[in-house]
Design a protein around this ligand. Structure first.
Ligand code: TXE
Length: 489
């Protein structure tokens, strides 16, 4: 497979001719060669998007016509499900069933925004002076979309669908290590006939191609999902022309279980919260907060279940948890496990790379659980982004809230309790943007997604995600057309 940029309606190599090998994380084999763009390729894509936006070829279309393109994209994603899920697994490692879920969700995301775009979006205001004020929503212009590798297709679609629906033109840069399904999506974009220059794809690394998108004065908005360190760089780069920015960054999300919870349900969701997608989820329930009285019993059951998780290659139907996305990322996760041991936490499950026959060339790490942690340990404070759960103990509601909030992040949080009032009371005290009661992880195209504190700025998905790709214009109409009379002569 040879993966190219899609710029101004054409498939092109990087100007430098450089390429990068794309690796299957289940066995280390090369599955594709992608062009390795730099700032000059990003510039070409930005220029195409600028010209397409300024021409009005997309933004001037009636909303219902833009929507028609998005509905077609959704249908084609589903038609190509079998091919796409195989490719997503090859590229990212996730089990087929997870890939299938992501692609279905991506199709529905296009449908959601296709439906939303023709709904009313402004207000009217009863103002003085015999005037009528109203607001309309307009596209921002050229939007730079930069995404990570954990949900290669879906993270792109969460931005592409609302950005295009709102009438913007886009330059999309997926993660350089997982570009495959993004290329397939752009084949579909070409096939449905979206005008040239409206949607551009640039494959390449962040520090060159990505940085150019974040810095360029011809880009009006940048929407980024990724690590907090990179998010900070994007903010700085965006300052040059006061770009609008949306950032969805890291997390260290608490999952709180009270003694009165349904324990089997809470154990099940604790596993799902941290080990789904091998823990490479921004909202992963990576800190499990247990009420003291149930701690030992809960851990016993949790470890028993965690040891039963079937880790393997994503194309094996029996697999429940796949590899980590890359060798470098696996090493980062293994290093955190070493840090946890050195800090004095007790390892009660996993902790090692899996090297059994068949998996030895892949980047597999055992489901790992640490107990006996203290709040300031690095494994409790820092985002590991792998299958590593740290457990904290609390005495009462107040201590649970205090521990939960003791982090620079504020992305997700869960509470398990059969006392509905207590669960809601606790959730309302937690400084996080996405929260769950007696469940963990469900994500809906309809509802806003984003974080408090250093987990980001702005919200994706739902109506909020649409608004992030629009400017608000006030239109003020004088209904009594006569001179203002402010000056006497
Ligand atoms: O992400 P980066 P990395 C966290 C997770 C992970 C850590 C680092 O903890 O271990 O981040 O992962 C592009 N200007 N998350 O290094 O760098 C890059 O090319 C413009 C959480 O892989 O954030 C890619 O397209 N763009 C997260 C995208 O940013 C730049 C998901 C994300 O990469 C750039 C992934 C620059 N200077 C990692 N530098 C989540 N919130 O879900 C990089 N990029």
């Amino acid at each position: 497979m040879n993966l190219k940029n899609f710029i101004n309606g054409k498939w092109v190599e990087a100007e430098s001719g450089l390429t990068r090998e794309i690796i299957n994380p289940a066995n280390g084999e090369v599955i594709a060669i992608a062009c390795e763009s730099d700032a000059s390729d990003a510039c070409l894509a930005i220029k195409a998007a600028r010209e397409a936006f300024d021409s009005g070829v997309w933004s001037n279309l009636p909303a219902i016509e833009r929507a028609a393109f998005l509905f077609k994209i959704a249908d084609k994603l589903e038609e190509r499900m079998d091919e796409l899920k195989v490719l997503e697994t090859l590229d990212n490692g996730k089990p087929h069933r997870e890939a299938e879920f992501d692609i279905g969700d991506a199709a529905n995301c296009f449908r959601y925004y296709a439906g939303l775009v023709s709904k009313p979006h402004g207000y009217t205001y009863d103002v003085p002076d015999g005037a009528q004020a109203m607001t309309v929503r307009e596209p921002i212009g050229v939007c730079g979309l930069i995404t990570p590798w954990n949900y290669p297709l879906l993270m792109g679609v969460w931005k592409i669908a609302p950005a295009l629906a709102a009438g913007n033109t886009i330059v999309y840069k997926p993660s350089e290590i997982t570009p495959v399904t993004s290329v397939k999506l752009f084949e579909i974009i070409e096939e449905v006939g979206i005008p040239k220059g409206v949607a551009n794809l640039v494959l390449g690394p962040g520090n060159t191609a990505g940085q150019e998108i974040a810095e360029s004065h011809d880009v009006d908005k940048v929407s980024f999902t990724g690590g907090t360190v990179t998010g900070r760089k994007i903010m700085q780069a965006a300052a040059g022309n006061i770009k609008k920015i949306s950032l969805e960054l890291g997390g260290k999300s608490p999952n709180i279980v009270f003694a009165d919870a349904d324990l089997e349900t809470a154990v099940d969701y604790a596993l799902f919260g941290i080990f789904a997608n091998s823990g490479q989820v921004c909202t992963a329930g990576s800190r499990l907060l247990l009420e003291e009285s149930i701690h030992d019993h809960f851990i016993e059951r949790l470890v028993e279940r965690a040891r039963m998780i079937r880790v393997g290659a994503g194309d094996n139907p029996a697999t429940e948890m796949g590899p980590l996305v890359s060798e470098a990322h696996m090493n980062k996760v293994l290093n955190y496990i070493e840090i946890g041991k050195q800090e004095g936490a007790t390892l009660v499950c996993g902790g090692k790379r899996i090297t059994e026959a068949g998996l030895e060339k892949g980047y597999f790490v055992e489901p790992t659980i640490f107990v006996d942690t203290t709040p300031n340990m690095r494994i409790v404070q820092e985002e590991i982004f792998g299958p590593v759960l740290v457990v904290q103990k609390f005495k009462d509601e107040q201590e649970a809230i205090k521990l939960a909030n003791n982090t620079v992040y504020g992305l997700g949080a869960g509470v398990f309790s059969n006392d509905g009032a207590k669960a809601l009371r606790v959730i309302k005290k937690i400084r996080a943007g996405i929260t769950w009661i007696n469940t963990y992880h469900p994500t809906y195209n309809e509802a806003p997604w984003g974080g408090y504190k250093q987990s980001g700025i702005g919200r994706g998905l739902g109506t909020y995600g649409f608004e992030e790709f629009t400017e608000v214009k006030q239109i003020n109409i004088n209904l009594q057309v006569e001179p203002v009379g402010w000056f006497e002569n």
